[in-house]
Design a protein around this ligand. Structure first.
Ligand code: ATP
Length: 261
């Protein structure tokens, strides 16, 4: 099997269709996440199917057509034995962050557990808890804090630090910084991007925050009604406005990303 330093995609969707209760919400999705490549963004209206793509990529939603492969292996067929390695190599961080963790658990423990899981899966990042906190713009003084005492934005950053602990081949971020204030978001994303580049981690970012997407992702896909309707740099895609959903995005884009006008 190839490793995360291989130039071949760690995660790949080919003609992916997926949905719920027998009805597809996304279809014809082709996507490659290759360690060493620049981060890729997905933007698009609410309900277009962005989170469904992410869930299908991590095997939470089964494809009804097409395939999702992890280093060449079909994700929906990964056996129990390899699930641990898959979960360490392909990390999803969603808006809810560390919602399932006991609020009395310390930050140190949450990240320490991720490091220990990574070691068991042969994926130790070689970074300390303090270094991982720095990667998400949190100071080392947060290490002993109970997660229940953290703000929403701090919790989201701890979830990101725990995901980085496994030095994943692919990091799938689904609205990961909604609770972080806009002024701080840029700094978190700058450090996160640097940490991912250093670790050779391929990043997929799903977000309604176009400024954030533009900052991190040289390539974006616009998803509308379950299919990619435009791809390229955010400014080129918005300038071309080739689809009604892209025109709507362009009109609603914040001033900072309106350089395409
Ligand atoms: N568990 C589920 N069961 C049934 N339908 C679902 C489920 N999860 C999502 N859907 C539906 O699938 C469609 C796509 O949802 P999804 O969450 O993927 O969209 P999204 O683009 O991520 O939206 P948003 O930007 O609002 O988060 C929506 O119509 C949603 O109602």
């Amino acid at each position: 099997m190839s490793t995360s330093s291989s130039p071949t995609p760690v995660l790949r969707a080919d003609g992916l269709a997926a949905g719920y209760g027998g009805a597809d919400v996304v279809h014809g999705i082709d996507l490659e996440l290759t360690p060493g490549d620049a981060p890729v963004g997905i933007v698009g209206p609410s309900g277009a199917g962005k989170s469904t793509i992410v869930r299908a990529l991590v095997g939470q939603v089964r494809p009804s057509a097409g395939r999702v492969t992890w280093s060449g292996r079909t994700v929906s067929r990964i056996g129990l034995r390899d699930k641990k390695v898959f979960r360490a190599q392909v990390r999803r961080v969603a808006q809810e962050g560390i919602a399932g963790v006991d609020p009395r658990t310390s930050v140190d423990r949450v990240i320490g557990k991720a490091l220990s899981d990574a070691r068991k899966a042969g994926r130790a990042s070689g970074r300390s808890v303090e270094e991982l906190l720095t990667d998400v713009a949190l100071e080392p003084r947060f290490a002993p804090r109970q997660v229940g005492t953290l703000s929403g934005g701090e919790k989201q950053r701890v979830a990101l630090a725990a995901a980085l602990a496994t030095r994943p081949g692919a990091l799938l971020l689904d609205e990961p910084l909604t609770a972080v204030d806009p002024a701080m978001r840029g700094e978190v994303v700058r450090r996160l991007g640097a940490a991912a580049t250093e670790a050779g981690t391929a990043v997929l970012l799903v977000s309604h925050d176009l400024e954030l997407v533009e900052r991190l992702c040289p390539t974006v896909h616009v998803l509308a009604e379950g299919t990619f309707v435009a791809s390229g740099s955010l400014s080129a895609v918005l300038a071309e406005a080739s689809h009604p959903s892209v025109r709507e995005l362009a009109e609603a884009a914040p001033r900072a990303v309106q350089r395409f006008r």
